[in-house]
Design a binder for this molecule. Structure first.
Ligand code: FAD
Length: 341
């Protein structure tokens, strides 16, 4: 059987990392990325890129933990390499603070991040409105640089990338044997997934180079995430809101909330406003599907619906998608050898 032709639909963090895992596990595959938008115009470009998982109620915790661990291990190695600054991947320490102690004393990811511990009284003095907190070190991907780094690695391995909006997966049938659906929120229209919905997020990217530690309100509503070149201030979570237009009232509200956690942010400069739609669902859709039409089969692997935590688990879900592609290739080989008999 000739090298299988694989098309990945989508060029956000999920599509790019999935394509990379496929070429790493199946070097003979011919992989093409087709996407309506590339960096810097994807939801992934808007994200803060912090590795703090968001519980996905429909995905078993042990899987979420495995995907997070695989992602953390992968990015930790990059952060300790000469690639770190180009990839925009770095360690960041800080605090998650609570007005009331959380129900769950230890989140499922507490033994994967580094040095997770309760905050000391001295640290809590910085946050007079909060009574409890957790300190830890995690990783952050600075988003456009990380996506560009992934694209560069893909080009080196010969992956082709073309701008193209795919209206129906069947339109790829004559050119490709396996289709990987990494369309993020676009999957709602592409495969008619009514379980997928947007959760609108507005953030500010500001210049405040003195802010070195992250600060996150325990409920995730307000956060300050320092990157290498800018600090991301958030946020909002607006279910079923499709608007990509920044809202000036929300900008002021985010800024005020962040300044109440870190008053020095009043001196921040060069405030840019970004909006993205988190591709949300009860659970990530990570599965094989065989579509059939008029006696013809189309092999599809879905990898979308990562909601508020796509960066936190992207490498883990990409590895699983690549494993599913391996199953598709085995099925193709089986059917081509049966055809020869
Ligand atoms: P996208 O980045 O949206 O990529 C989808 C791709 O598919 C795009 O290239 C698009 O053009 C393409 N596409 C769609 N439809 C079609 C079609 N029909 N044909 C061809 N191409 C198509 N996560 C974290 O882990 N940590 C964070 O700190 C964090 N912060 C966030 C802050 C905000 C404000 C937001 C909005 C999100 C944040 N997230 C965070 C979540 C994270 O951004 C997402 O989970 C992740 O970006 C999803 O990646 P994706 O590749 O699935 O989607």
């Amino acid at each position: 059987m000739a090298a299988p032709k694989v098309a990945v639909v989508g060029a956000g963090v999920i599509g790019l990392s999935t394509a990379l895992c496929i070429v790493e596990t199946c070097p003979s595959c011919s992989v093409t990325i087709l996407s309506e938008q590339f960096s810097p115009n994807t939801t992934s470009d808007v994200a803060a890129g912090m590795l703090i998982p968001h519980s996905s109620p429909g995905t078993p915790t042990h899987l979420q933990k495995q995907w997070f661990k695989e992602t953390f291990t992968y990015l930790f190695a990059i952060s300790s390499s000469a690639e770190a600054s180009e990839a925009g991947v770095h360690l960041v320490s800080g605090w998650q603070v609570f007005k009331n102690p959380p129900k769950e004393e230890l989140p499922f990811w507490s033994d994967i991040v580094l040095g997770f511990r309760p905050m000391s009284k001295a640290e809590l003095q910085k946050f007079p409105q909060h009574r409890f907190g957790q300190a830890f070190t995690t990783l952050k991907c600075d988003c456009p640089p990380y996506l560009l780094w992934l694209e560069k690695r893909l080009k080196v391995t010969g992956v082709q990338m073309y701008p193209r909006k795919v209206a129906d997966l069947w339109e790829l049938h004559s050119e490709y044997e396996i289709i990987i659906n990494c369309a993020g929120i676009g999957a709602q229209q592409l495969v008619g997934d009514e379980k997928l919905f947007p959760v609108r997020g507005q953030v500010l990217k500001v210049d405040a180079p003195w802010v070195k530690n992250f600060i996150r309100d325990g409920d995730g509503s307000t956060y300050i995430y320092p990157g290498i070149h800018e600090v991301t201030l958030g946020g909002t979570r607006e279910k079923e809101n499709w608007s990509l237009s920044p809202d000036p009232g929300t900008t002021k509200d985010i800024f005020d909330r962040c300044c109440s956690l870190e008053p020095s942010l009043r001196g921040a400069q060069d405030i840019k406003v970004k909006v993205g739609l988190r591709p949300s669902r009860q659970s990530v859709r990570l599965q094989r599907e065989v579509l059939s039409r008029g006696g013809v089969n189309l092999l599809v692997v879905h990898n979308y619906g990562h909601g508020a935590g796509g960066f936190s688990i992207h490498r883990g879900t990409a590895k699983e998608a690549a494993r599913l592609v391996g199953e598709c290739i085995a099925a193709l080989k089986g059917s081509s050898s049966r055809a020869k008999l």
